[in-house]
Design a protein around this ligand. Structure first.
Ligand code: PGA
Length: 249
């Protein structure tokens, strides 16, 4: 059975004080929900956040990591370092990492392997640019992003993979894919996974939608058959909005 997940990607926002403030507001709002709830603060605040949420069902996850286990990679963070501060899930392949830090499918495949080797769960992000969609190329692009970074994995590894479809044109733009556009793509993604593996893998992988999800549109997007939750940027920075989205399930 696939899980419903709502994850807040805080990106490069919130000082330590602001992190604690937002977490204390989130904890107050956290009632029993139909979805697993995750938040991804900045690296430097992960340990405090994980400590703060120790008794909570809200999981603290990382926004990125390096593929090597240690070594001369100035400014980077490894999987074992994340595990050492009780962070067991990592977001990989976010479009901002791809666009501003030149992360390629090949690099991401290495990061995925490193995370899985450390028994971490991966939220793997991908999605087409506006020009791809205008050229009717969105399925091809998405298929190759998934295949290049994930199709070398054994079927059994997929229990630790969560997919996040984030059309680049909808991230932080206020523009959202329509619920039907999201459903069509999610169905295509599930079919792509089924074609490579089997229906058991395809039907158990959670596929999140990301890109300007808000309290006003979450319910309709989440009601779609193949949408299992959301990766939320801007709206995750306000506790009330984030939980309105969580409660859309
Ligand atoms: P957004 O970001 O909700 O602000 O569009 C989504 C994301 O980047 O994951």
């Amino acid at each position: 059975m696939r899980k419903n997940i709502v994850a807040g990607n805080w990106k490069m926002n919130n000082s330590l004080q602001e992190t604690k403030q937002l977490l204390s507001e989130l904890v107050k709002q956290d009632k029993s929900s139909q979805a697993e709830v995750m938040v991804a603060p900045a690296f430097i605040n992960l340990e405090s956040a994980a400590q703060f949420l120790k008794e909570s069902t809200i999981e603290v996850v990382a926004q990125n990591m390096h593929f090597a286990s240690n070594g001369a990679y100035t400014g980077e963070i490894s999987a074992s370092m994340l595990k050492g501060v009780a962070v067991n899930t990592v977001i990989l392949g976010h479009s901002e990492r791809r666009a501003y830090f030149n992360e390629t499918d090949e690099l991401l495949a290495k990061k995925v392997d490193a995370a899985l080797a450390n028994n971490m769960r991966v939220i793997f992000c991908f999605g087409e640019e506006l020009s791809d969609r205008k050229a009717n190329n969105e399925e091809k692009v998405v298929e190759s992003q998934i295949a290049n970074a994930l199709f070398h994995l054994e079927a059994s590894a997929w229990e630790n993979i969560v997919l996040a479809y984030e059309p680049v044109w909808a991230i932080g733009t206020g523009e959202t894919a329509t619920p039907n556009q999201a459903q069509d793509m999610h169905q295509f993604i599930r079919k792509t996974v089924e074609n490579k593996y089997d229906s058991a893998v395809a039907n158990s992988v959670s596929i999140l939608y990301g890109g300007s999800v808000k309290p006003t549109n979450a319910k309709e997007i989440f009601s779609k058959e193949d949408v299992d939750g959301g990766l939320i940027g801007g709206a995750s920075l306000k506790a009330e909005d984030f939980f309105a989205i969580v409660n859309a399930f």
